[in-house]
Ligand binder design. Structure first.
Ligand code: GLU
Length: 453
């Protein structure tokens, strides 16, 4: 038996992680079994279905790397549904029923399934044996007219005719399954296996939805998340491998996945954890890939070819979990704000508070730091060489006394990379310029206080 699974979304909105996790489990299972995975757009609800949502689904699957072997749309199958509805009516398994539309008081017709009122039993691959007395469902509606099947009929006809062997879907569909099984039996189709996967919950354990912050999956693309990280995280929502590994390649996930190990309890979607995964994947990017991927998130003034950017890239990489964190680094409160231009800072900030004679000490050490840095050539001006050059002096004179004024002189900020890294980012010329300006301000202050002192 060749396994065939499907993802059957209704294009009535933008989907968040929950739906794509369902798609992912179906995809993984099919690929693992050497089977087929198909995408079926369930657009029987003509009013609520929109082309833009369908495009978003196709787009999201592509971004996540969930390639499908077949594509269909329920709106293209109307004639086929009609054939099956007519057959059910001819066999007295369905009937046209005239109903009163409550509000208008008019009569309209619907087509109802003649329920045989039996107990349906199925063995859910995740939840085990499920027994359901269908009597309580009554003669349920299967179509609004011959050309307007409702979800229950359309899903059964399509799954049966496309040979779906495993229906993997959200547990919110469990209550629909008894109806579907009755329809399979009435239509003479073999019943597929079912696996109902647990819902995704928000961190407050409520059902994940727009209201508690769930965003369309394509929004993660816009924010610069890496699809491999998103796939890895989604795969671990409700499933985990026996050895509890977390960072796994798609191939490893496909190899180790098992429906039997999918948990029954809801799984919590936590964006902080997704960021953690994203960071693991980000760290694996080589320089060229990182440099290309970060471009859209960099401030405009930082030109692609600037040497500063080249020096900044490893620093940025070290500081973020996802690319959407990049802009904040350069904002006023960000650690890299000093790169574009020296922020105005209060002169009182320059001397190390614990120094004896703070201003004179700052002048002395900045003068020496400047002299030492001046000796370095442009090409030697990297964080390691700068550190090797200044460290012995700082050790001998007192680290705070030397390094604090240096940091403020270079960055004007108390939160910034260490002064060696900051100097390397700025480059030799700009670093020396900033030291000069700090010294100039300090000296002016000293002479004024001597005059007035
Ligand atoms: N179209 C249904 C939905 O969007 C899914 C149907 C199914 O998976 O059986 O919820």
């Amino acid at each position: 038996m060749k396994v065939i699974t499907r993802f059957a979304p209704s294009p009535t909105g933008y989907f968040h992680a929950g739906s794509y996790r369902t798609a992912l489990f179906s995809y993984i299972f099919a690929r693992q079994q050497g089977g087929r995975f198909v995408l079926r757009i369930e657009d029987t609800d003509r009013e609520r279905s929109k082309k833009e949502y369908e495009e978003n689904i196709v787009d999201s699957l592509k971004w996540l790397g969930l390639d499908y072997d077949d594509f269909s749309r329920q709106s293209d199958h109307t004639a086929n549904y009609r054939k099956h509805i007519e057959r059910l009516i001819a066999n007295s398994q369905a009937f046209v029923s005239a109903e009163k539309v409550a509000a208008a008081g008019e009569r309209s017709e619907v087509i109802r399934f003649k329920n045989p009122n039996k107990v349906v039993v199925f063995n859910d691959l995740i939840r085990g044996r499920i027994e359901f007395d269908t009597t309580e469902l009554g003669d349920f509606v299967i179509a609004k007219s011959l050309d307007e099947p409702v979800f229950h009929l359309a899903v059964v006809v399509d799954d049966a005719e496309s040979g779906i062997t495993h229906v993997i879907r959200g547990e919110d569909h469990i209550s629909n399954t008894p109806r579907h099984i009755l329809l399979y039996e009435a239509l003479g189709f073999p019943v597929p296996s079912y696996a109902h996967i647990p819902l995704l919950l928000a961190t407050d354990r409520s059902k994940l939805s727009k209201r508690n912050g769930a965003i369309p999956v394509t929004e993660y693309r816009r924010r610069g998340f890496l699809p491999a990280a998103v796939v890895n995280y989604l795969a671990l929502l409700g499933w985990h491998p026996e050895d509890n590994r977390e960072v796994m390649s798609f191939a490893e996930i496909i190899k180790d996945f098992s429906l039997e190990r999918v948990q029954k309890a809801g799984a919590i979607f936590d964006e902080a954890k997704l960021r953690w995964f994203n960071r693991q994947y980000l760290l694996q990017l080589n320089e060229a890939d990182f440099s290309e991927a970060v471009q859209p998130f960099l401030p405009e003034w930082l030109s692609v070819k600037s040497p500063v950017l080249k020096r900044l890239l490893p620093i940025i990489k070290d500081k973020i979990a996802a690319f959407d964190e990049v802009p904040a680094l350069f904002e006023e409160s960000g650690e890299l704000h000093f790169v574009r231009s020296l922020p105005a800072y209060d002169l009182a900030k320059l001397p190390w508070k614990k120094s004896t004679e703070p201003t004179a000490t700052a002048i002395k050490h900045l003068t020496e730091a400047k002299r030492l840095l001046h000796i370095l050539a442009d090409i030697e001006f990297d964080a390691n060489t700068i550190k090797d050059t200044l460290w012995p002096y700082a050790e001998a004179q007192g680290r705070g006394d030397v390094l604090w004024p240096l940091r403020i002189a270079l960055t004007g900020q108390d939160k910034s990379p260490d002064p060696f890294v900051s100097a390397a980012i700025l480059g030799r010329e700009e670093s020396l310029k900033r030291l000069d300006s700090a010294l100039h301000r300090l000296n002016t202050q000293e002479s004024q206080s001597l005059k007035h002192g």
